[in-house]
Design a protein. Sequence first.
Length: 320
Amino acid sequence: MCRKINRSSYIILRILEFCLFASFSQVPCMKTRLGQPCSIGLIIHIKICGMKKCFGKFVMASILFGFPWAAYPQETRVVFQDIEWSPTGDFIAFSAIKVKPDWSDYSKDGWRIYTYNPKTNVLASLCNACVYFSILTDGHQIVYDKVNESGKDIYIMDMLTGTGQRVLANKGKNAGPSWSPDGSHFVFYSDEGGNEELFTFGLKSGEKKQITKRTDGKSYNPVWSPFSNQIVYYLEKGDNKDQIYLTDMDGSFQRNLTNDDHHNIFPSWTPDGRVIYVRDKGEVMIMNVDGTNKERILGKSGGLAVLSPDGKKLLFVADD
C-alpha cells in the first residue's frame, strides 16, 4: 500500500532499502532510518502513487558497489547523504556509502555519487570519495565535494565526459556546494575559520566571500534558489532544535524561517519558490519563503526529501 499524504496530487518517488538473500529473493527488512539501513544489500524501489492508482517497480542495482550482494557481510549497511533531481527530472542523483554499523571499515573512497534513470533502469557511478553535490541547470555540470586526507575540496565535473577539475582547495573542510542559477557562483560551507560558515565562490573572479558569521551555531547545507540570489541553510545549535535560515549571496541578512522548537534540517527549494525541509523524526514540510504557511506533506521520511522540477514528485529516503 502507498502511504497517503496530505496532497493526493503528489506522486512519490522513493528510494527504499531491502534485505536480499544470495538468490536475490526479497525478505522482510528491519525498520530503517537514514544511517540505519538494511543489513545485506540495496535495491532501488520506485513507487508511484496517484489519486486512483498505486503500483510498484523493483530495480536491482547490483552494480552499486561492484560485487555480488551475497558478498555483503550481515552487518553491512548503506547510508545515504544527499539526493537531487536533474533539472529536467529525467534522472535522480544521490550519494551513498556501504559501511559496518560502527563505521570501523570506513574509507573515504567508499562515498560515491550515483545517477539513476528510472525509465532506462540505468545506474551509474560518477565519482569516488564524493559526498555533497549540486547539478547545474544545463543538466551536465555538477559541483561536488571530495574527501581528502585533511578535509574536503570542491570539484566541478562535466557529466557527459566524466572530466573533473578541482576549483577550491584549502586546509580543512569545504563542503555542500550549491550552484547559483546562472552557474557563475556556488555557495558552500567551510570550517577554515574554526566554525562552519557559508561562503560564495565566483568561478571567473576566483573570489571567495564569507556570508555568515554565526556565534550561535554552525551553518550547514546551503541551497541556492533557482530563481534569485537567496540561499537557504540550516543552523546547528547543539540543542537538537536546528533552524532553517534564509540569507542572500551577499550575506546582507540572516532570517530564521522556522523559528520554533522543532528540529529542522536539509532545506531545499520547490519549483514555485517555497522551501521544503525535514522536521523532527522525518516529517516533510513545506513553507513560504517568509516562513509562513507551514504544511506537512509527508508524515515520515528517512531525513532527506526533494521535489521534482515539475512539482509532481517527491523523492525521499524512506524508513520503512
